[in-house]
Design a protein around this ligand. Structure first.
Ligand code: F6P
Length: 360
């Protein structure tokens, strides 16, 4: 039977969104179904609808193309996350408008590609009776129930390359180089990227830090003849007893915008050690550009699996990567709790075993 499937991308963009769109559209095409892109996030479903046909020729080059050809939004009527990640319920009128929008477009199901915010919306749409499946996207890797989200490995690659570059200049000038990376309330990017790049200090939100510990690490390195230090700090890292550092005033129905902890750490280390320190904020470089090969493959698996779920009528599920295979779990389970770094887990222990200072 011919079906029309909608594909929507929500929240911040990240490498691999187009690769998932391609995989969904190709897998749909193989079944003789039609895939339709929804433009500008869930808003594109509302009157007047905004769509993009995803026919075979429209998929050229999507595997490697960064961003999303559909556009995305992480603000406006569909925001389901506010403040420090609190969930918000969408009004019933909006859910009903969405249902009507899908009906008007003749969509039998929706594939929602997004992070925890978009998946929270997906769960609410599912509870309202809209046939939907989710695909976990985010460089932050903080969606529960899946070992990895797509985009994460591409961000880690970007961080690692940045550290490699900072390494040589830090060493040449005998400086402290602080690299602030993204990740919101989770330290996955900082920890994976930091270990991959050989950072000496890695500060993550899950382990509040104290400056004494950082200074001790720098002094120890000096004593061993290492006159430079590489510090990776997650944007959500904070000093013990202090709040998150934000880069913008909180606006209504939006999550707080984190940023600025890198400069705080840089200034304090310079003051306390007397060494020259510089800060580099990697920012949106981590979200741009082509996905790394692992993400391209993961996106392809996720997209095709999403169509399997639609075919089986297994709605309210999110595809996930479980280390050896791709499968599915209830979206409700995935969004119940943010997946943060276990402070005593394998990656943190690896860092400690390498002598990396985690700031505690
Ligand atoms: O969730 C992805 C992410 O890049 C976070 O790591 C970061 O805090 C946030 O989005 C930045 O969002 P924006 O692009 O809206 O400033």
């Amino acid at each position: 039977m011919n079906k029309r499937i909608g594909v929507v991308t929500g929240g911040g963009d990240c490498p691999g969104l187009n690769a998932v769109i391609r995989a969904v559209a190709k897998a749909a095409d193989r079944r003789g179904w039609e895939a339709v892109g929804i433009i500008g996030g869930y808003d594109g479903l509302l009157e007047p609808p905004q769509t993009l046909p995803l026919d075979y020729r429209a998929l050229d080059g999507l595997l490697v193309r960064g961003g999303t050809i559909l556009g995305t939004a992480n603000r406006g009527r569909f925001s389901a996350k506010t403040g420090h990640g609190d969930q918000r319920r969408l009004p019933d009128e909006l859910l009903e408008e969405t249902r009507r929008g899908m009906e008007a477009l003749g969509l039998e199901a929706l594939v929602s590609i997004g992070g925890d915010g978009s998946l929270c919306i997906a769960q609410q749409l599912h509870e309202y009776g809209i046939p939907i499946v989710g695909v976990p996207k985010t460089i932050d890797n903080d969606v529960g129930g899946t070992v990895l989200t797509f985009g994460f490995m591409s961000a880690v690659d970007c961080v690692t390359q940045a550290i490699d570059r900072l390494h040589t200049t830090a060493e040449s000038h005998s400086r402290i180089l602080v690299l602030e990376v993204m990740g919101r309330y989770a330290g996955w990017i900082a920890l994976f990227g930091g270990i991959a790049g050989g950072a000496d200090v890695i500060l993550i939100p899950e382990i509040p830090f104290c400056f004494d510990s950082l200074v001790a690490k720098i002094r120890d390195r000096e004593a061993r003849g290492k006159h430079f230090t590489l510090v990776v700090v997650a944007e959500g890292a904070r000093e013990k007893g202090r709040d998150f550092v934000t880069s913008a005033a909180q606006s209504e129905n939006r999550e707080a915008r984190l940023g600025g902890i890198g400069s705080v750490v840089t200034a304090e280390l310079e003051k306390r050690t007397g060494k020259e320190a510089r800060c580099c904020v990697l920012g949106h470089l981590q979200r741009g550009g082509t996905p790394v090969p692992f993400d391209r493959a993961l996106c392809s698996m996720f997209g095709t699996e999403a169509i399997e779920l639609v075919a089986a009528g297994d709605f309210g599920k999110m595809v996930g990567y479980f280390g050896t295979h791709v499968g599915a779990l209830p979206i409700a389970q995935a969004v119940a709790k943010l997946k943060t770094v276990p402070p005593a887990g394998d990656m943190a222990q690896t860092a400690r075993a390498l002598g990396v200072c985690l700031g505690d």
